[in-house]
Write a protein that binds this ligand. Structure first.
Ligand code: PAF
Length: 285
């Protein structure tokens, strides 16, 4: 695997390939990231990964400074996953001057994650657009664990006519159901034992909908209450339509098979997010 850190080196490398499949990351890679890399392999003759901890998407009280930088082990994992090229720019390379031009996310960017992390999707879209322009991929792979991010990036690609196919990859879970995430590393052993509850609560709501429940608001508040009873501080537990993540109409045309249940909650100092499809694979990505 070749490692480059400047835009010029990157351009010299990617121009040699006809179909570049790209996976952007912030490093601290786990099996979930590596599965994105392996899926990318099926979509291109060159797989490019990036590692860049993007200051723009962190709020002032978030974990930018303590976000783990694990370059050596990340490179070992990327090599193993068959990545051809790693772009690991410095902050100076990505933001040589303050980034005054930003992508304004759609209204969905101010809901759910956007409510609790103001400016998050502005930072994500801005860096993803810059990375797309630098890497110039034909395909980019994003995980479904960050479902709202996936939808917003897909919408940005459509509305700015970027010639990039966005591939959605399934969430990789530990045996007990916990979605793999770089932030799981912050959990104490006791919190790690408790953490799969988030997935269980979301799956429970999804299964209740699949069995005919349509009182989404009750299911949502019961889900939040169950998390709170076990020491979590829930930000949201919601049922949304797979298309555009809008609020579904229980009595109208929204087929329950197309719904997604999303949740975010703090366990101790660690904020975890997850989501499940009511019928796995049915909801739009
Ligand atoms: O999902 C992430 O790791 C980040 O939001 C991304 C897409 C790499 C942008 O910094």
């Amino acid at each position: 695997m070749k490692i480059v850190s400047t835009a010029a080196e990157l351009a010299a490398q990617t121009s040699r390939w006809s179909r570049v499949a790209f996976v952007p990351t912030m490093g601290n890679l786990h099996e979930g990231h590596l599965s994105l890399m392996r899926q990318a392999r099926a979509h291109g003759d060159c797989v490019v990964a990036s590692i860049f901890v993007n200051r723009l998407q962190f709020g002032p009280n978030e974990d930018f400074d303590r976000y783990p930088r694990t370059m050596e082990s990340d490179c070992t994992g990327l090599e193993r996953a068959g990545v051809d090229l790693l772009f690991a720019p410095t902050e100076q390379e990505m933001y040589p001057v303050p980034q005054l031009y930003r992508v304004q996310p759609p209204p969905l960017g101010s809901e759910l994650e956007g409510t609790f992390r103001p400016g998050f999707f502005d930072g994500v879209c801005t860096v993803v657009l810059k990375l797309f322009n630098l890497v110039q991929p034909q395909v980019a792979v994003f995980g479904k664990k960050d479902r709202q991010q996936l939808k917003i990036v897909r919408g940005m690609v459509q509305q700015f006519n970027l010639p990039i196919e966005i591939v959605a990859a399934e969430t990789v879970r530990a045996d007990d159901g916990l979605a793999l995430s770089s932030r799981n590393g912050y959990l104490t052993p006791e919190e790690r034992a408790e953490a799969p509850r988030l997935h269980r609560v979301l799956r429970g709501i999804a299964d209740a909908i699949a069995s005919g429940r349509r009182d989404y608001a009750n299911l949502e508040s019961d889900g939040r209450a169950e998390l709170a009873r076990h020491g979590w501080k829930p930000d949201y537990v919601v049922v949304r339509h797979g298309l555009g993540l809008r609020i579904p109409h229980p009595e109208a045309f929204d087929h329950p098979n197309l719904l997604i249940v999303l949740g975010a909650a703090k366990l101790g100092a660690t904020r975890l997010i997850d989501n499940v499809d009511v019928v796995p694979g049915h909801a739009r990505d």
